[in-house]
Design a protein around this ligand. Structure first.
Ligand code: F6R
Length: 609
């Protein structure tokens, strides 16, 4: 993840920018840069590689400005070199950016036609030109940024420094975090509290779609509609921990809200965002064309990620998938195909049953590919190929961001295998990659409207039993939703394939048991709508998670409705629909006063059988 910092100081700010960037090094980066204003003019220094390369450059040619922005880049669009390093600048504005601008190609085309000259391969440069374009038409920095934000699609955080404006920085967030700090030495902006800890005494987090106009004396926050809004200041501990809760009440809440950023980051690791194609960061290490089948094993939420991936691997790579929970698989003595592929999935990389499944597959001569979050874990060390989920540390016991990152890796892997096996055409690949790239932005949209989940949660909290229904990729999601609810709130919950309703669970339907139907706009929507009607006909307590069109099509009385975007990432909708399932379980548990981050009897890493 890129790191962002901005400082309005009283002394030259370059050394402090470097200090703050050093505190963001843990996010990972491949180049760095700073920009300041000297005699009112934008000046910048950038370097590929480590911060010390940038420091060496600054030692030779110091930047003396007392206002500036800095960035550590973690390449998404374009190679990690000095040209692509941030800040990106033109004669009006310099910008640092974290995240993905989904519609950068269209913007680039439009702005090139208007005479803007692009010099980098990045998506971020389009933002700098767009702001400059508005300013050349007479906009002020504030109105130019406000107009620019309405044109951008995706999930991102941005900080702008303007030529000739030595008491002004503007920051904006959508999906990626950004905070304002206040201290004796000036005013600050940063990707997280950690970057600002040495300088700021108090901190304010921007809320979704906020943008802030920052001077040395004052921060003015605006919401998406452009209205001035108040945001609370909180004291900042000087020794702020690397992993803290930010402004969230629980780790789980913070981790759910990190998903647009970490899923974007994971996708960027497995896709070439600039060309809109798949590009795995490792050699497959086996002959994809010769594969007859894939075996997947994992536990709990990680198992559900595998169950969901089966739909993608079968559809996009035409590979049959054998999947089982690790505690069963390890004892099944399953015969595995010669030179077959075994995929194990684990956040911690230490789960005892998953490790045992891996070792069984090893003895059966399988190529072992693990999807893990902790790269140094035992499972990672014992694998032939490690596909890392770039979720960052997950502290909440209930897995959230690790799950969606596992899905992101699986989706990319399915496309890569489809390509390697000659199943997917280039056109199909690009269309599917475009759907994937849209997911962080859609996730941000869902998280913004979190408040919609609360009344539904209050209703579900009264239940003693809950049924989740879904079809296709929404079926594993129904299982995951039920798992989240039971582990956090201790309410009994079950997930079912919607088509199975008639084969038993329909007997449970009554006015008291919430039936939560996950109904994205996909090929099976019509059939899911029929299930909604079956439940309604029996006086069931229906809660729909889906787009307005599903509600209209069902035309039944609902006890609750969590409205979702109409088009949500096509075959990858599960990445977006995982969020309402998590949010609902979280809010039910909060409402019931449960220990959200450490539910009873559960451990984060299950290293015993
Ligand atoms: C549920 C949850 C667990 C884990 C399972 C596997 O929210 O977190 O079901 O998914 O214990 O753990 P890992 O992924 O570490 O192997």
């Amino acid at each position: 993840m890129c790191g962002i910092v901005g400082i309005l100081g009283r002394e030259p700010v370059a050394p402090s920018l470097i200090e703050a960037l050093r505190r963001l090094e843990y996010r990972g980066y491949d180049s760095a840069g700073v920009a300041t204003l000297e005699d009112g003019r934008l000046t910048r220094q950038r370097a590929s590689g480590k911060l010390r390369n940038l420091e060496e450059k600054l030692a030779g040619a110091p930047l003396k400005g007392t206002i500036g922005i800095g960035h550590t880049r973690w390449a998404t669009h374009g190679r990690p070199n000095e040209i692509n390093a941030h800040p990106h600048a033109n004669e009006n504005v310099a910008v640092v950016h974290n995240g993905i601008i989904e519609n950068f190609r269209e913007l680039r085309e439009e702005l090139t036609k208007k005479g803007h000259v692009f010099v980098t391969q990045t998506d971020s440069e389009a933002v700098a030109h767009l702001v400059a374009d508005f300013m050349r038409e007479g906009a002020t920095p504030q109105t130019a940024v406000a107009s620019t934000l309405t044109r951008l699609k995706g999930a991102f955080a941005l900080v702008f420094l303007f030529d000739g404006q030595d008491d002004l920085l503007i920051g904006a967030r959508r999906g990626s975090p950004l905070a304002v700090g206040f201290g004796d030495g000036g005013a600050y902006l940063g990707s997280d509290a950690l970057a600002l800890a040495p300088f700021a005494r108090e901190i304010t987090y921007l809320e979704e779609d906020d943008w802030v106009v920052l001077t040395r004396e004052k921060a003015t926050f605006h919401n998406a509609a452009g209205n001035i809004v108040e945001r609370p200041k909180r004291p900042l501990q000087a020794g702020s921990l690397m992993v803290d809760k930010g402004h969230f009440r629980h780790y789980m809440a913070k981790e759910m809200h990190e998903q647009p950023e970490v899923v974007g980051r994971t996708l960027a690791h497995y896709l070439d965002l600039a060309s809109g194609t798949v590009r795995l960061p490792f050699e497959l290490g086996f002959d994809a064309k010769a594969l007859s089948r894939v075996t997947i094993s994992a536990c709990g939420t990680a198992f559900y990620a595998g169950l969901l991936a089966r739909y993608w691997l079968e559809r996009f790579a035409r590979l049959s998938v054998d999947i089982d929970i690790a505690s069963e698989f390890r004892y099944r003595e399953s015969p595995l195909p010669e030179k077959g592929l075994m995929i194990v999935v684990s956040q911690s990389g230490e789960t005892a049953d998953t490790l045992a499944a891996l070792r069984y597959a090893r003895l059966q001569g399988q190529h072992i590919l693990s999807i893990v979050n902790v790269e140094t874990s035992t499972i990672a060390r014992e694998s032939d190929t490690v596909a890392h989920t770039l979720a960052g540390p997950e502290i909440g016991v209930a897995s959230t961001k690790a799950f969606t990152c596992q899905l992101a890796v699986f989706a990319c892997l399915a496309l890569a295998l489809g390509k390697a096996r000659g199943v997917l055409s280039e056109k199909q690949e690009r269309a599917l990659v475009a759907e994937l790239i849209a997911t962080p932005g859609l996730m941000a949209e869902v998280l913004k409207d979190e408040a919609r989940v609360e009344p539904v949660a209050r209703d579900v909290a009264r239940a003693t039993s809950v049924l989740y229904l879904g079809r296709g990729p929404s079926y594993p999601l129904a299982l995951e939703g039920a798992l989240k609810l039971k582990e956090l709130s201790y309410i009994h919950a079950e997930g079912y394939a919607a088509g199975e309703l008639k084969h038993g669970p329909i007997a449970l339907i009554d006015f008291a048991m919430p039936v939560i139907v996950l109904a994205p706009h996909d090929a099976s929507l019509e059939k899911t709508v029929s299930n909604l009607q079956e439940v309604a006909a029996r006086g069931g307590h229906l809660i729909l998670v889906g787009p307005q069109s599903a509600k209209t099509a069902a035309a039944v009385e609902l006890a609750g409705f969590i409205e979702m975007p109409e088009t949500a990432a096509g075959p990858f909708a599960a990445l977006v629909y995982a969020l309402p399932a998590q949010l609902l379980a979280y809010h039910v548990a909060v409402f019931m006063g449960k220990d959200v981050d450490q539910p009873r009897n559960l451990a984060k890493s299950v290293t015993v059988e």
